[in-house]
Ligand binder design. Structure first.
Ligand SMILES: Nc1ncnc2c1ncn2[C@@H]1O[C@H](COP(=O)(O)OP(=O)(O)O)[C@@H](O)[C@H]1O
Ligand SMILES: [Mg+2]
Length: 285
């Protein structure tokens, strides 16, 4: 694996530069615990960025529970798994979602990515590199928790949005992710998103407590990106298999996502890895 990764790093470095039109930024949306609303947030945040005229690719990399296509009411024909199997290009597996949102499904079998043979791993990195400059954001809907694969995505992304609910179990698991990440690299930018709050007060309190604990025990400041209320429109849009941001654009959750998007776009852009940088970092972890 080490030799293989080293050779691949060389190849990614040497691959031809594309004519860069956009500065592609990679955002990992992650959580400690499953079921906190990560996929719903990733999808609706992506659609909200699209509304702000950004070109966005949503990439489902939840290795155990990939379900962005279910939330969209679409069954993706191709996936990363079939791209590797059938030697397709990344452009063959991108699906066009609503309002021009692009998405890629992980597909089953994807979890063995880092155990792939060299040729397949090479295809994966070459194909992904070719996305550079074509989109403004690649949003990764990662799995929950502390798997090695998740950590790779988190550590290599430009931004990490950590989703939690106010529940103590979700918070404890989110904290475990922060601790693990900072034990490896203290320069990762983690932004906290509190989902399913019963009130604004609860959202702020949850974030404040979380920030206090990370400052006290890890000596690190976490940014609070925002919160989304618990909203019955989310559940009903999941049942309809239509993103709430489109099905109910004026519901409290949609308004909150819009606010989070606004906050996100105001943030300074401290450093820029781009797709190649992301891939190189993934290979070196
Ligand atoms: N803001 C919210 N308000 C109400 N229910 C929510 C909200 N966010 C998520 N949910 C519920 O939680 C479920 C799990 O969400 P999902 O995005 O699939 O979580 P994850 O990707 O973290 O596993 C959804 O099907 C929905 O019923
Ligand atoms: Mg999910």
């Amino acid at each position: 694996m080490m030799d293989q990764a080293k050779r691949l790093r060389e190849r990614v470095r040497q691959s031809k530069p594309v004519k860069e039109q956009r500065k592609t930024r990679i955002i990992a949306v992650t959580s400690g615990k499953g079921g906190v609303g990560k996929s719903n947030f990733a999808l609706n945040f992506a659609l909200s960025l699209v509304k702000q005229n950004k070109k966005v690719l949503l990439f489902d990399v939840d290795l155990g529970f990939a379900n962005v296509d279910v939330l969209l009411g679409r069954s993706a024909k191709e996936s990363i798994a079939t791209m590797l199997e059938k030697e397709l290009s990344v452009w063959d597996i991108i699906e066009e979602g609503p309002n021009g949102l692009w998405f890629i499904s992980g597909g089953t079998g994807f979890h063995d990515m880092f155990r792939l043979d060299e040729a397949k791993l090479n295809t994966f990195f070459t194909q992904l590199s070719s996305l550079q400059g074509h989109v403004d954001y690649i949003i990764l809907d990662t799995g929950a928790g502390l798997s090695v694969e998740n950590l790779r995505f988190i550590m290599a992304a430009d931004d990490v949005i950590l989703v939690t609910t106010p529940e103590p179990t979700a918070i404890t698991d989110a904290y475990a992710v922060v601790k693990m990440v900072y034990a490896r690299d203290r320069n990762i930018h983690i932004k906290l998103m509190v989902n399913q709050c019963t009130s604004e007060k609860e959202g702020i309190q949850t974030a404040d407590n979380f920030k206090r604990v990370t400052e006290q025990f890890l000596n690190k400041r976490i940014e609070h990106l925002g919160f989304i209320p618990s909203d019955a429109h989310v559940t009903s849009s999941v049942k309809k298999q239509m993103p709430f941001f489109l099905a109910f654009p004026n519901c409290p959750a949609s308004k909150a996502v819009e606010q989070v998007t606004y906050e996100y776009l105001q943030l300074p852009v401290p450093f820029k890895l781009g797709v190649k940088g992301f891939l190189l970092k993934m290979l070196s972890i």
